[in-house]
Write a protein of this length. Structure first.
Lengths: 320, 320
DNA sequence: TGAGTCGATAAGCGATACTGATGCACCGTG
DNA sequence: CACGGTGCATCAGTATCGCTTATCGACTCA
């Protein structure tokens, strides 16, 4: 089961063709055929049906294992190389769309350090950090107060909470529920919702409301594929659906143009007005929006940056 | 970074000797030397100091990655073999010490299935299931009500909650606090505690009480290395320290000899008497003792067994 | 100083893993 | 229905790899 053979196997399975895989991997078709045969001999079970090429049940199992396995290989290699090289002069920060509120952005600096912020999908943050594509990750998510986020295990990473704030149900300004001081999620499963990567995913709402996966409720009325928060708020204001956002998302929007104070955190209570929208605190379930920094072992300027992030509001750290 | 080289590397690092590693792995010393050199060439960094043999910083990083990597390799192999073989006639169930209360034990059966129950450490349950050493795992732990347990990610396993019950602080019968209807953990950090694998670990108490790791509090007075629950209760009765147990542990003890009713679950409230001990419900923090079944993809009799376990009290399932 | 230990290195050789050529089953086509 | 085309398996040949045996050189301890 050497990673080489594994890579060939997943490529063949993905492309559904030995020859095509050979082309992509820079081998001859013959070599690919022999590699797959070797893997099958090693495991003692056929992995692929031929003609048409499709994974057997055993092959499907192997495919499920192969991706994380190869990911961890890459992560291990990157980690060792990083340890061997000295402390870096530049740092890439990979952040999920809502993981960089003003309070954190302000602290993304270090002495003699060039910082690049890159927004990536929530699923990719940990992978980018593990594989070394980014030196530090910022991941946001929803959890019970001061509970750590659940992250995919891609290697020995340290996760430290850096911010928690309340969640707001964002409604159009004139909405009948816009006046309350708090809303229960369970009462909103009949409403129409906005699906956007920059906001809380609708599946997550179902899960939080305790609905089994695949069940009805929290119907998606509109899907926005971009990352711009202002657009999300416009869509809500236009009545395309509700959404759930961390308080700072509205606060930042409200404060745009004004000198940045310290309103980012999570304080205050009651509704928050935005441009054509109102944010009403989510009262039940009792969950918060949480941001965590992910990083491997750091030294030098990047370590200072992370120290600056974590030496503040946050929560306890942990090394999974 | 082929797993073969990795295995050699970790063996050398563990034994601190090329020759000894060669002996253990069945190679010559020369082969081991060449393998380590190949790994270092591949990664482009020295991994071991020679004479004395000790890992370099890069080597230490690799060691951290190597163990989970090799574990996942084993898991993948086992999973494929299981998929290739038919449904098994016998099933090994790996359970952590407190993960098999009467209510679950009663349902550990299947048609045409020979069941072996094996008690293993809490850390090993997931590994045994992933590596195929056990077909099904039973893992207990502490979590907020209906929250899943945090488990090490060793592969694509399914975890399903099968039981939740309240936790009891177990005190000697005459203890001043033995009369109350509920106790807060925070009020007990001055007490002496019993450390035993069959009971909740003291570090876990500190964590639950919100004490940062390494801090004082919940001092261990006595350590018991065995797995026998009756002994644990005797030690508590003898005043060697308090402990925290799921309700069924005391209930089963009380009911020993009587025809087994349905008292195992978690119902009732207020103190529970055992042999020379009293169990007072833990009132704060609001956590429960939870048992989950872990398994890979199952078919045939084992699937029926798991179905029988989960088609009951439990909680929702999930596939991490 | 000489024997012993331990890792690195060199030489030799069988196993491995690739390429290129060929074989064979299947499919669409004139 | 014959025929060429496609796509995977197989075979032969060869370069490389990875092991063993043998030897070296550095260090340790008597």
């Amino acid at each position: 089961m050497d990673p080489h053979l594994l890579r060939t196997f997943v490529t063949v399975a993905r492309l559904g063709s030995f020859s095509a895989a050979a082309g992509e991997l820079g081998y001859t078709q013959s070599a690919v055929s022999q590699q797959v045969a070797a893997l099958e001999a090693d495991l003692g079970a056929p992995l692929l049906h031929r003609r048409p090429v499709a994974p057997t049940p055993a092959g499907r199992r192997l495919l499920e294992h192969a991706e994380p396995l190869l990911l961890r290989h890459r992560a291990a290699r990157a980690d060792v190389l990083r340890a061997a090289a000295g402390p870096p002069r530049s740092l890439v920060v990979a952040a999920s769309p809502l993981a960089c509120p003003p309070g954190i952005a302000r602290r993304l600096r270090g002495p003699r350090l060039e910082v690049t912020l890159r927004t990536v999908g929530r699923r990719d943050v940990a992978e980018q950090v593990a594989s070394g594509a980014a030196g530090v990750g910022l991941l946001d998510g929803i959890s019970a107060p001061s509970d750590p986020l659940r992250l995919p295990d891609v290697g020995p990473l340290t996760a430290v909470g850096v911010a928690e704030e309340r969640l707001l149900v964002v409604l159009p300004a004139g909405h009948p529920l816009a006046g309350g001081r708090g809303l229960a999620l369970a009462d909103l499963d009949g409403a129409l919702w906005l699906q956007a990567p920059a906001a809380v995913a609708v599946e997550r709402l179902r899960e939080m409301a305790g609905l089994p996966a695949g069940q009805e409720g929290f119907r998606v009325a509109f899907r926005y594929d971009g990352h711009d928060l202002r657009t999300v708020l416009s869509l809500v204001a236009a009545g395309h659906g509700l959404t759930l956002l961390p308080a700072s998302a509205l606060a930042a929007e409200r404060a745009a143009g004004r000198p940045a104070g310290r309103e980012g955190a999570g304080g205050g209570a009651g509704p928050v007005a935005g441009p054509g929208v109102v944010g009403v605190p989510l009262a039940a379930p009792r969950v918060v929006h949480r941001v965590e920094v992910l990083h491997g072992p750091l030294q030098g300027p990047p370590a200072a940056l992370v120290g600056g992030l974590t030496g503040s509001p946050g929560a306890g750290d942990r090394a999974p």
